[in-house]
Write a protein that binds this ligand. Structure first.
Ligand code: GDD
Ligand code: GTP
Length: 409
């Protein structure tokens, strides 16, 4: 049997995702019309002999309960949210729920970061993992040299795939192969995490740095400390014939900023062409709007047939798109109204916002720069004929005249 764990983090993380994470946990932000975490869960559903999917994080329970119960009804795999009372780090969080995970008697445990967007080739990874027989397999990808240092860089044996060296976000270049944040481990990972923690404990005792810290360790059998999967576990285990790599050449992106959610939305929309074409809108401009490229429209949204949408447009529940509207490269969230002849290009339009007649909301489409797209927070109003270019607008603002390259607080 196998189980899958999706690390969702918590409200002290994902600050770069503001203002979109003010009212919604980042893992629930919609990409291609589905919550971010929906995409890895769907991929897990295809793993052979999967017993359960666990989401581990420190968001409040209620943020996930509604979503998870709806999802469990829809998919045939049980999904459960496990809440840490405080952040334990990516490995500490996993270890914290060791007993619950072991109850399922898994042979292998999939561990996925929730903030990556990829095709999640989990079954192929599992085959490779079973062949080499190590305690873990990492999904890796070759990226361009100048961005590699934003990730964990690694060196693997080109023949066997063995992980030889691992450095988390190194200052000097190590390799253009990076850690994609998708892993498979045997249950031996728990003893590896425990060993690391006891070494930490010994060192702390030796240095006599903190008597409080030492007490914490001696009074409890489980590590209460912060342990990270990457630098605390992968780095020391590299080069010991325990960890192996599996390379993907499919799409892969990390999702830390709102700009990247536009990029990842387009990647998932494009994936629907193969996996679920029925989710993509079709239209010809007569009874339904004109559709260009990949577009998702929630069934409760109302789009006027004279509107033109796409490519890369996702429209969430209860949005209303008026006559003559043009949308290109955008995420339009629940309850938004876009009035007639307005244009929205390379932008994210926050929940219940209102865009007036002939208004123009636009971004340059540079997903990696702060003001590279326009983001309207929740309940923003852009008045008729007003132009907004490359701006971040915080929730509940009304824009009455032209703004450009600004953060509107
Ligand atoms: N439950 C829980 N508890 N989850 C956590 C915690 C924690 O204390 N800390 C982080 N996470 C989750 C985050 O939500 C995210 O999904 C994942 O763990 C990794 O987050 P970070 O540890 O902050 O690392 P990162 O995202 O900067 O980089 C990691 O992922 C990259 C791939 O996206 C590293 O592993 C890199 O090497 C890797 O390239
Ligand atoms: P396509 O015809 O869609 O291929 O685009 P284009 O090359 O004509 O122009 P562009 O990409 O700049 O604009 C995209 C669409 O938005 C075009 O169909 C324009 O007619 C339309 N558009 C541009 N500005 C406005 C505007 O201020 N109001 C309205 N209603 N539509 C506009």
């Amino acid at each position: 049997k196998t189980v899958a764990v999706i690390l969702v983090g918590g409200p002290t993380k994902g600050t770069r995702f503001r203002p979109l994470s003010f009212n919604l946990a980042k893992p629930l932000f919609p990409l291609a019309g589905q919550p971010m975490v929906h995409h890895p869960i769907l991929a897990c559903q295809k793993i052979p002999n999967l017993a359960k999917v666990f989401l581990i994080g420190f968001y409040e329970e209620r943020e996930f309960t509604l979503y998870i119960s709806a999802l469990s009804n829809e998919l045939k795999v049980p999904v459960m949210y496990l809440r840490e009372e405080k952040p334990h780090g990516s490995a500490g969080g996993l270890y914290n729920f060791k007993d619950l995970l072991m109850e399922e008697e898994p042979h292998d445990i999939f561990v996925l970061n929730c903030d990556v967007c990829c095709s999640f080739p989990l079954t192929e990874m599992l085959d490779a993992h079973r062949k080499h027989g190590g305690i873990g397999t990492l999904l890796v990808k070759k990226v361009s040299r100048d961005v590699a240092n934003e990730f964990g860089e690694l060196v693997a044996d080109p023949k066997t795939g063995e992980l030889l060296h691992y450095a988390e976000k190194p200052e000097t270049f190590v390799s253009d192969f990076i850690n994609c944040g998708v892993y498979i481990f045997t249950t031996d990972i728990f003893s590896a995490i425990r060993d690391v923690t006891s070494t930490q404990k010994d060192r702390a005792a030796l240095r006599r740095v903190s008597s409080v810290e030492a007490l914490q360790f001696s009074s409890k059998a489980t590590p209460t400390k912060f342990v990270r999967l990457d630098q605390d576990i992968l780095t020391p285990l590299a080069g010991k014939k325990k960890l192996y790599t599996f390379e993907t050449t499919d799409f892969w992106e990390q999702l830390k900023t709102p700009g990247m959610s536009l990029r990842c939305s387009s990647l998932y929309l494009n994936q629907y062409r193969q996996t679920s074409p029925e989710l993509l809108a079709v239209g010809d401009g007569t009874k339904s709007p004109t559709i260009v490229g990949d577009v998702f429209i929630h069934r409760s949204a109302k789009v006027h047939p004279s509107a033109k949408l796409g490519p890369n447009v996702s429209i969430s529940a209860n949005a209303r798109i008026g006559p003559g509207v043009r949308l290109i490269g955008c995420i339009v969230l629940d309850g938004v109204e876009v009035k007639e002849n307005a244009v929205v290009i390379q932008s994210i339009v926050g929940w219940k916002s209102l865009i007036g007649r002939w208004a123009r909301v636009q971004g340059a489409g540079n997903y990696n720069t702060k003001l590279g797209i326009t983001i309207l927070g929740e309940d923003v109003a852009v008045e008729d004929e007003v132009v907004v270019v490359n701006c971040i607008v915080l929730p509940h603002k009304t824009i009455t005249s032209r703004v450009q390259d600004e953060i509107i607080l």
